[in-house]
Unconditional design. Structure first.
Length: 206
């Protein structure tokens, strides 16, 4: 009897979803189960992210994967940003608020910090490096859908705060492009309306 390895089974899960299906059916999933996500799956998502296009093949991205207690890194970042923004709070009131902020990192079993890490290439243009890192995130989201995972791309003011950047020890020229929360879906997403693409398209030529 032939035994199919876990790695093969994982790959087969993704092969059941076509690219066009993933593009059309992927949804933002803000509520996921606590069940852990296999490391092999996470590695496959990152591999997919790494095939995003980039000018001059600079590949200006890197990722910090947080699971279990590792999510405390993000939680501490949220707490630092909140503490600086609320200097009037103190004592128990402050501690309660910081506990709430730290808890934001535990809303999914896996959180990935996606970072734009510009290449040391004189031809590199910052806007293009940023776009490439964001394209890598889109690849990751599509791959997550293909593997049956739910994901949400979170951003917001704390992501841009220098205190958050310091938490992740970013270089001066690096920036966070998103916190991707991952897990197995615990909700049914609705289908959002889309403006007909014909309304946003101009054709030139014959």
């Amino acid at each position: 009897m032939k035994i199919v390895s876990d790695a093969v089974k994982i790959e087969q899960r993704a092969n059941d979803v076509s690219l066009l299906e993933a593009i059309r059916e992927r949804r933002t999933i803000g509520r996921v189960k606590r069940d852990p996500v296999e490391r092999e799956v996470i590695e496959a998502l990152l591999e997919s992210a790494s095939w995003a296009p980039s000018h001059h093949n600079t590949q200006p991205w890197r990722f910090v994967v947080m699971t279990g207690e590792g999510r405390g890194k993000l939680g501490e970042g949220y707490a630092r940003v909140a503490a600086a923004a609320l200097p009037e709070l103190e004592g128990n009131e402050l501690e309660d608020r910081l506990k709430k902020e730290r808890g934001k990192a535990n809303r999914a079993p896996v959180v990935i910090t996606a970072i734009c890490s510009p290449a040391d290439d004189p031809r590199a243009v910052h806007a293009e490096e940023l776009a490439a890192a964001q394209a890598a995130v889109q690849n990751l989201l599509l791959a997550a859908h293909a593997y049956g995972l739910g994901a949400i791309w979170r951003s917001g003011a704390p992501m841009y705060d220098q205190r958050m950047k310091n938490t992740f020890e970013l270089r001066e020229d690096e920036e966070i492009v998103g916190f991707i929360y991952l897990g197995y879906p615990d909700m049914n997403a609705t289908t959002p309306e889309r403006t007909p693409i014909a309304n946003k398209t101009i054709w030139l030529g014959t």
